[in-house]
Design a protein around this ligand. Structure first.
Ligand SMILES: C[S@@+](CC[C@H](N)C(=O)[O-])C[C@H]1O[C@@H](n2cnc3c(N)ncnc32)[C@H](O)[C@@H]1O
Length: 214
């Protein structure tokens, strides 16, 4: 069991309490471009059940809400989650004016990962590098266990160093690449971010990886 350390929770809470958009995810070109690339890279137009842990102020969540029947968004910071709720309720896009299919939960990860829910898409964006190695490993295993048989796991993280991150992006993604029963379906690396996706391996693709029978 690995809980979100209280000082880390306080750190993010202070950031969002002081400024609803501490990283300017709404306006910065980096953020807008990355979101567009991620959303265009999702394998399917529509999903049944999506989870965005570490949702921050909900800018990515608002776009994901348009692509699914049910969306769970969570954050360890109450102020971030309140901002996400406002973002999804403000109805900037007519299709997101009634987010009855969106659930908001304050969850400290990895401990409070929602073990009772399965997803066909989990999007971990600009979040996993805030975890140390043990917490990261724990969270990725939980993410893997919560994927449906046709599930997709997407990770997207900034490549440059910054003050409060703990684990380098390359390490985060390498760990995800070692999760069992997944096949990588996307690798996008540019000057600023790394975006990767994995699908749950079907029986046929697992057999294919063992080679062609003679
Ligand atoms: C940079 S924001 C990411 C926002 C969003 N996913 C995006 O891509 O725009 C990172 C969020 O992770 C949350 N966070 C960091 N560590 C966490 C933990 N251990 N448990 C839950 N949330 C955490 C922070 O509160 C913050 O809101």
């Amino acid at each position: 069991m690995t809980a979100q350390p209280p000082e880390r929770k306080a750190h993010f809470e202070a950031l969002y309490a002081a400024n609803e958009d501490p990283w300017n995810v709404r306006g910065a070109w980096y953020e807008r471009r990355k979101r567009a690339v991620l959303l265009a890279s999702l394998a399917r137009p529509h999903y049944r059940s999506v989870y965005e842990p570490g949702c921050g102020n909900g800018e990515m969540s608002a776009a994901l809400a348009l692509r699914c029947e049910r969306l769970l968004v969570s954050d360890g910071s109450p102020s971030a989650l309140a901002a996400a709720r406002r973002r999804l309720q403000e109805g900037a896009d007519p299709a997101s004016t009634a987010p009855g299919h969106v659930r908001f939960e304050q969850l400290g990860l990895p401990d409070e990962w929602p073990a009772d829910t399965r997803f066909d898409l989990v999007v971990i964006s600009e979040f996993a590098y805030y975890l140390d190695a043990a917490a990261l490993d724990d969270m990725l295993q939980r993410a893997r266990a919560s994927l449906d048989d046709d599930g997709e796991l997407v990770l997207c993280h900034y490549l440059h160093g910054f003050d409060d991150h703990i684990t380098p992006t390359a390490t985060v993604h390498a760990l995800a690449g070692r999760l069992p029963g997944l096949v990588r379906t996307l690798h996008h690396r540019d000057a600023d971010f790394l975006l990767e996706a994995w699908q749950v391996a079907s029986d046929s693709s697992s057999n294919a990886s063992k080679g062609t029978p003679t």
